[in-house]
Design a protein around this ligand. Sequence first.
Ligand code: AMP
Length: 283
Amino acid sequence: MRIASDISDLAIPTNLRIGFVPTMGALHAGHLELVRIAKRESDFVVVSIFVNPTQFGKGEDFDKYPRNLERDSALAEEAGADLIFSPSVATMYPNSPTHVHVPVVTERWEGAFRPGHFDGVATIVAKLFNIVRPSVAFFGQKDLQQCLVIQRMVSDLNFPIQLRFVPTFREADGLAMSSRNVYLSEEHRALAPEIYRTLLQTAKLIESVGSETRDIPIALVRGRDHLASCGFDVHYFDLVELANLEPIEELGKSAALITAAKLGSTRLIDNFIFSSELVPSFA
Ligand code: AMP
């Protein structure tokens, strides 16, 4: 495995199926699962490690975001990476006025709570796609809205890239793995799995009420209230259509429960996808 920080040193083979896993480092088992799947489904796997300043808002954790290239490289290599691309901020943003803005799907949820976040994400992913030129790129379903934003961008801007959205990898107690979980205090770490338990309980309730649509808003309020009573500051907890993340009040063929909630200063996001039969990249 090679590690390159300059675009001119990448030397990515042009005759192979290139799998690409963009990350911000601080790799955990969820990231490594993406790398393993990429290895199975392509001939040469590129993992980018770049803490992208433009997707962090003011007062967010850009400065304290965990960085450890040596550890990350060793883990990525073990999982099957052939090349790590770890550029500097100056390499990626020698000048920065051009950006990619994906409309509509960016407006609600994370987009509303983190203004500008998805412009930062879409711009860096577009730049990395043009630099790496992958055949297939792998993203985690944990960041569900990000998957939709990238899907929209790839479609609207005609990137000749296949997308694969990989199911969320979880700790044994159900907590979605995230590089930010290290910020949780011991007490909050013990509480954090309640977010997924509440998603599962609410999903069960929603499935059981079926077409009794007036019961769905009640189930959502119950979920929200339960998390709040446990000490979460709930930013949203909603039922949406998987294809566009618009709120719905009945269970269609492809729906998801999505949530974001803060425990202390740590913001956690998670989701439960009911059915993905209409959206093949979520298989
Ligand atoms: P990040 O380093 O947080 O930007 O994440 C890089 C990629 O890994 C994104 O596509 C994430 O959605 C994905 N990812 C992060 N956490 C998980 C997880 N627990 N399971 C699966 N994929 C994940």
